[in-house]
Design a protein around this ligand. Structure first.
Ligand SMILES: Cc1ncc(COP(=O)(O)O)c(C=O)c1O
Length: 413
């Protein structure tokens, strides 16, 4: 399949794209009516759920406009599903050096449906699910939805040479949970909400444990196209020679990097025994039928022709992160983990003199009007944290930095 409009797409203009991002205002975002901007009415900046304010790539817009013109809202033709598989394999190879065969890629409506299927059909009955925390909230609730226990393994915070905080996997506790009979490890790489890529050493150590205890790994790599620090490298877990393909399920999507989670098209990459098990289980296999035609077309357009837009977004988000970090460095009480990947910043507010019983997310939403995610929803022990979404325009980012800093100054006054 050739991409619609492949020949007619104008050259990508990053200056005009950034200017459009810069011009975004709260009033405009409220008018557009996203979940992020409408959940909390009034003068509240939406900076919580992981969607961007930055639209999507021109190539994606073009295929969607074409579909609207054609009234093309039907079921997914096999050749478009095949194009998704081929583009996914090509992208993994070109972006991360991981050789993936198109036949090892399956379509899905979304990443969480893959997690549900892996827990339900590809782990030992009744076995627990290991989730390193802080964790994307559904990782904590999904095991229970499938009648499984969730074993939370808190990250080990450490400091790098420059004094910045970094969050590492607690491999000893992961091993202990595996030795105790756990049936799955959920590995989020890049890691939402701490915004980092896992190192080769960590991935290899996980692979050794997975092999030793025969525990499958669900590698959620949905944020892998959001590497905002040019010095960071995303390493797909399954690309490590140490990772056993029989025990590895990778889920990914263009939905975060190109901002289209509502279009419902994600991908599962599995080979060897994991692939055979997935394909022969009718409930897993059936998920491919739930991916949407628009999402599949948009995925092909994103991966094939939308990479400059995605690179522009990554640079832009990095500058936003610097801006907020600078605003917060001027005040005491909030320590920000600046993301090297994802557009999410993890804020430690444990030194803030907050009123009794009020968490930081509630305080910042009520007082200055910045709606972030409550750290308590990311696992036990993160009640004094919150997660900030940086994927917005520069003016809005400035406003966020200013509102957070002013509110903290007020608290200290
Ligand atoms: C790590 C992670 N996995 C999965 C998802 C949800 O993906 P999907 O909508 O494809 O289920 C998100 C959304 O924010 C996420 O951050």
């Amino acid at each position: 399949m050739t991409a619609p409009n492949a020949d007619s797409m104008p050259a990508f203009d990053d200056v005009a794209t950034e200017a459009a991002f810069d011009a975004l205002s709260p009033a405009e975002m409220q008018r557009r009516g996203s979940l992020k901007w409408t959940m909390y009415p009034g003068d509240v900046i939406g900076a919580w759920v992981a969607e961007m304010d930055l639209g999507t790539a021109p190539s994606v817009t073009a295929v969607l406009q074409r579909a609207v013109t054609d009234g093309s809202y039907g079921y997914l033709p096999p050749q478009i599903g095949q194009a998704v598989r081929e583009e996914t394999a090509r992208f993994q190879h070109e972006a991360f050096g991981w050789s993936v065969r198109a036949q090892d890629v399956s379509l899905l409506p979304d990443v969480l449906s893959a997690l549900g299927a892996v827990i339900a059909h590809h782990t030992r009955p009744n076995s627990a699910v290991i989730v390193p925390t802080p964790a994307y909230m559904p990782f904590l609730s999904f095991p229970g939805m499938y009648g499984r226990q969730c074993v939370q393994v808190p990250a080990l915070p450490s400091r790098d040479a420059g004094g910045a905080v970094s969050w590492k996997l607690d491999l000893d506790r992961i091993e202990a949970a595996m030795a105790d009979g756990a049936g799955l490890l959920v590995l989020c790489n890049p890691w939402n909400p701490v915004g980092r890529v896992l190192s080769a050493e960590e991935l290899d150590a996980v692979a050794v444990l997975s092999g030793r205890y025969r525990v499958p790994v669900f590698a959620d790599e949905i944020h892998s196209s959001l590497i905002v620090d040019p010095g960071a490298t995303h390493l797909p877990y399954a690309s490590r020679p140490t990772a056993d393909p029989d025990l590895t399920f990778t889920a990914t999507a263009a939905s975060k990097g190109w901002n289209m989670p509502g279009l419902k098209c994600a991908q599962l990459i599995a080979s060897a025994e994991a692939r055979r098990a997935w394909d022969t289980n009718p409930l897993s296999h059936h998920l491919a039928n739930e991916a949407s035609l628009l999402g599949a077309r948009a995925t092909v357009a994103a991966l094939r022709e939308g990479r400059e837009w995605n690179a522009c977004v990554n640079r832009y988000v990095r500058a936003n992160a610097r801006l907020v970090a600078q605003a917060l460095s001027a005040i005491d009480g909030v320590e920000m983990t600046v993301p090297s990947a994802t557009y999410l910043a993890w804020l430690d507010c444990s030194a803030l003199p907050l009123p009794q019983g009020v968490g930081p997310a509630e305080f910042f939403r009520r007082e200055p009007g910045v709606a972030m995610n409550d750290g308590a929803t990311f696992g036990i022990g993160y009640e004094s944290f919150c997660r900030l979404n940086l994927a917005t325009g520069r003016r809005i980012t400035e406003l966020i930095g200013q509102r957070l800093a002013d509110a903290v100054a007020h608290l200290h006054a």
